[in-house]
Ligand binder design. Structure first.
Ligand SMILES: [Mn+2]
Length: 380
């Protein structure tokens, strides 16, 4: 009996140790192990019911007085060495978890303030285009433009020549920044009818620069002369309200800039993942053991798009290195126009029957692309 419990203890300790390693890069997803469960593991070893209740009461008291809802203990073995009695173990556990909790909260807060301050968050994170939004129209989804305005106009003309004017356009994000004609592109997406845009990591970057300028905060040298420091109120408000995703239930399609975590529903996706993820890799989680978590690095684990099993088809950009990606349930449209590649769009032909309902059996799609005029920046 004792050895099994010891084993459980060691296993729990090792899972927790892994979570310590990933702590700095991941926001805590859950507060994991509740006090009572930990205390059971801590005391049941001794198999003394009286002692168990005493220790439980002591820890609960500390937790309550100090305002900690959940107590985490990261390494039982270490705590055992540090303290000579069960009471001491409970006290040390409380102190460790309180310190960790405080650190984690302040780290979280700093992270959120630095990366996604509320001034640049949209009112609606996930938009839905209803049937009425594109009634009797087709759908065009365009890859990462990065201010390559001339190529974008060439692409739109090519689409119009082939299919006429009867379509709704969605840009997958990174419409601006890094490229040659950012202002012109921004003006185009703000003023063109039937055009929707997703937020990409570069819209996010532009907003951050603009916000730093507005608040007279210290700015990175690289960005101090950026075009983004001259955004007007209207441009700022437009970019700040770009959603992270657009869903089109009638076509079973979601458009997002970088990707979605297949393990979470849309409303609980992490903001930074949606604009920057490329891969999924296994990492230790406090409570669930090994889970797949998004990472923005190239070739770190699995390509997220190969892990997405539907049912929706996801259109995304952000990954210029991999060029056009056509997976069963995902399509990657970033073909590196900025780097001298192509600007690619997909045209979804949406036929209607006589009653006006979408005829799903006759849906078809076509990739349309134009070559970049030149390589504007080297691949980084
Ligand atoms: Mn991007």
């Amino acid at each position: 009996m004792l050895s099994i419990l010891n084993l459980a203890e060691i296993l729990l300790g090792s899972v927790a140790d892994k979570s310590l390693n990933t702590f700095s890069s991941e926001l805590p997803q859950s507060d994991a192990i509740p006090t009572s469960l930990l205390m059971v593991l801590l005391t049941v070893n001794e198999l003394r019911v009286g002692q168990f209740f005493k220790t439980f009461a002591l820890t609960s008291f500390f937790s309550y007085v100090l305002g900690v809802n959940h107590v985490r203990i990261y390494n039982f073995q270490l705590l055992r060495l540090l303290s000579c009695s069960r009471k001491m173990t409970a006290i040390v556990a409380c102190i460790v978890s309180i310190v960790r909790r405080r650190l984690s909260l302040s780290c979280n807060r700093r992270y959120i303030q630095d990366v996604f301050p509320k001034d640049i968050q949209p009112f609606v994170k996930h938009r839905t285009l209803s049937y009425e939004d594109f009634e009797n129209k087709d759908l065009l989804i365009v890859g990462d433009v990065h201010g390559c305005y001339d190529e974008a106009m060439a692409l739109m003309n090519k689409v119009r020549e082939k299919h006429g004017e009867n379509f709704v356009t969605i840009f997958v994000g990174d419409m601006v920044n890094k490229g040659p004609k950012n202002e012109a592109m921004l003006d185009y997406i703000m003023t063109t009818k039937n055009t929707h845009c997703i937020r990409g990591n570069h819209e996010q970057a532009v907003l951050r620069i603009a916000l730093q300028k507005r608040k007279n905060l210290a700015m990175d040298e690289r960005w101090a002369k950026s075009w983004a420091t001259n955004l007007t109120e209207k441009q700022f408000a437009f970019l700040a309200n770009l959603p992270y995703s657009i869903s089109i239930p009638a076509l079973n399609v979601i458009v997002v800039h970088a990707g979605l975590n297949p393990g979470a529903p849309l409303y609980s996706q992490n903001d930074s993942d949606m604009v920057s993820m490329r891969c999924l890799k296994w990492v230790g989680d406090d409570f669930h053991g090994q889970v797949l978590k998004p990472t923005s690095k190239q070739n770190d684990g699995y390509m997220w798009a190969t892990c997405w099993r539907g049912p929706q088809h996801i259109y995304f950009g952000h990954d210029a290195i991999k060029k056009l990606q056509t997976h069963r349930h995902c399509t990657g449209l970033d073909t590196g126009c900025l780097y001298g590649g192509k600007l690619t769009a997909v045209y979804l032909n949406v036929p209607r029957d006589l009653s006006g309902a979408i005829d799903h059996s006759a849906l078809s799609r076509e990739f349309i692309s134009v070559d970049a005029n030149k390589a504007y920046v080297p691949v980084d």
